[in-house]
Design a protein around this ligand. Structure first.
Ligand code: ATP
Ligand code: RIB
Length: 308
C-alpha cells in the first residue's frame, strides 16, 4: 500500500538576498538557483525519503521544468505515472526570495497545477484502491481538493490536508471527509478570522475548527513547534533547537514526516514528534526538495536529542 499525494508541482526560482526587499526597493542578490518544489511534490519526496512507497498525482506543462520535476521525483523513487503532461499550460513556478537570515517571500504562479480537473480525479479514484493515506494541499483548484477528499473518504483512506495557501471553501464540504488539518499560523488565522500568534490563540483556533467539523488539527507554529488538538485533548510538541538556514518547505517536511509516521503505525504524539524532527532537519538545509531528510537522518537526530 502507498501514500498518495494529489497536488502541485512547481519549479522554484530561488534568489538568495542579504535581506528581504521592502516594496519598491531593488536589491542585489547573491545567488540564483532553480530547485524542484511545489507543496505536493515536496510532500511526496518527504514521504519517499522515509522509505514509504509514494505516488505523486497532478499536472505539469510540456516543457523543460515539467520534465525536470518528474525526473527529480523518480530519483527518490516516487511513482510519477499519475502526473499528466498538459500541453496547454506551463509548469507551475514559484518565485522565492530567501534572506541570509532564513526568512522568505514566495509567489506561486500555478500554471498546469490550476488545470487539475475531473480527468485527474478519475485516475485518483483508481489509485486510491492501493492507498493507505492521501496528502492534499491547496495549490490546485479547491473543487479538486474537495472531491479528492470525498473520494478518499469513500475509499476508507486517511486524509491529511495542508490548507496552504488558503483559498475560500465551505468547511462542511471538506472537514467531515478528512482526518488531520495542518495549517501554519498564517493559514490558521485566515481560517478562523483572528490572529494566531500565541499558543493560547492557537488553542482558540483549534476549538473553532473543531466546531466547524475538523477532527485532528495540528497548528504548525515555526520555532514555537506544533499545537495539536483532537476532540479529546490538546497538547504541545516544542520545536527542536536548530540553526535556521532556510525554512522553505519546513511545512512540507512536517506533513511528509507525519504521513510516513502515521502510515507506519505510530501514535499521533509519536508521529508529530517524528514530523517535528523531519521539519527541523529541513530548516537547517537550503531549498525545498534538497532540504528534505532521509529516514536514517531523522532517526539519528532523534537519538541525539534523546527522544529515541
Ligand atoms: P513553510 O516555510 O514550508 O511554509 P510553514 O510555515 O508551513 O513552513 P512552519 O510552522 O514555519 O510551517 O514550520 C513547520 C514546522 O517546522 C514547525 O512546526 C517546526 O516543527 C519546524 N520549524 C519551523 N521553523 C523552525 C525553527 N526555526 N526551528 C526549529 N523548527 C522549526
Ligand atoms: O512549501 C514550499 C513550496 O511552496 C515551495 O517549494 C514552492 O514551490 C511553493 O509551492
Amino acid at each position: 500500500m502507498t501514500v498518495l499525494v494529489f497536488g502541485s508541482l512547481n519549479m522554484d526560482l530561488v534568489v538568495q538576498s542579504p535581506r528581504l526587499p521592502v516594496p519598491g526597493e531593488t536589491l542585489l542578490g547573491n545567488q540564483f538557483n532553480t530547485i524542484p518544489g511545489g507543496k505536493g511534490a515536496n510532500q511526496a519526496v518527504a514521504v519517499a525519503r522515509q522509505q514509504v512507497p509514494t505516488q505523486m498525482m497532478g499536472r505539469v506543462g510540456a516543457d523543460d521544468f515539467g520534465q525536470r520535476l518528474r525526473h527529480a521525483l523518480t530519483l527518490d523513487e516516487v511513482a510519477v505515472e499519475g502526473i499528466q503532461v498538459d500541453p496547454n499550460a506551463h509548469t507551475g513556478v514559484a518565485a522565492i526570495v530567501v534572506s541570509d537570515q532564513g526568512e522568505n517571500h514566495i509567489i506561486v504562479v500555478p500554471g498546469a497545477n490550476s488545470r487539475v480537473d475531473k480527468t485527474d480525479l478519475s485516475k485518483l479514484e483508481v489509485a486510491l484502491k492501493q492507498a493507505d493515506l492521501l496528502l492534499l494541499q491547496f495549490e490546485i483548484p479547491m473543487a479538486a481538493v474537495i472531491q479528492a477528499a470525498q473520494l478518499a473518504h469513500a475509499a476508507g483512506v486517511t486524509v491529511i490536508v495542508d490548507p496552504a495557501p488558503v483559498q475560500a471553501f465551505d468547511p462542511s464540504e471538506l472537514y467531515p471527509y478528512i482526518h488531520v488539518l495542518t495549517p501554519n499560523q498564517v493559514e490558521a488565522a485566515q481560517l478562523v478570522g483572528f490572529p494566531v500568534d500565541t499558543l493560547e490563540q492557537a488553542s482558540e483556533a483549534i476549538a473553532q475548527l473543531h466546531d466547524q467539523g475538523a477532527e485532528t488539527v495540528l497548528i504548525k507554529m515555526g520555532e514555537q513547534g506544533v499545537l495539536c488538538g483532537t476532540p479529546q485533548e490538546i497538547f504541545h510538541i516544542p520545536a527542536f533547537p536548530i540553526t535556521v538556514v532556510d525554512t522553505v518547505a519546513a511545512g512540507d517536511a512536517f506533513n511528509g514526516g507525519l504521513a510516513a509516521a502515521l502510515q507506519s503505525g505510530k501514535s499521533l504524539t509519536a508521529a508529530v514528534t517524528w514530523a517535528t524532527a523531519t521539519a527541523a532537519l529541513s530548516v537547517s538545509h537550503a531549498g525545498a526538495q534538497p532540504s528534505l531528510p532521509q529516514r536514517s537522518h531523522v532517526e539519528t537526530f532523534l537519538k541525539q536529542q534523546h527522544v529515541l
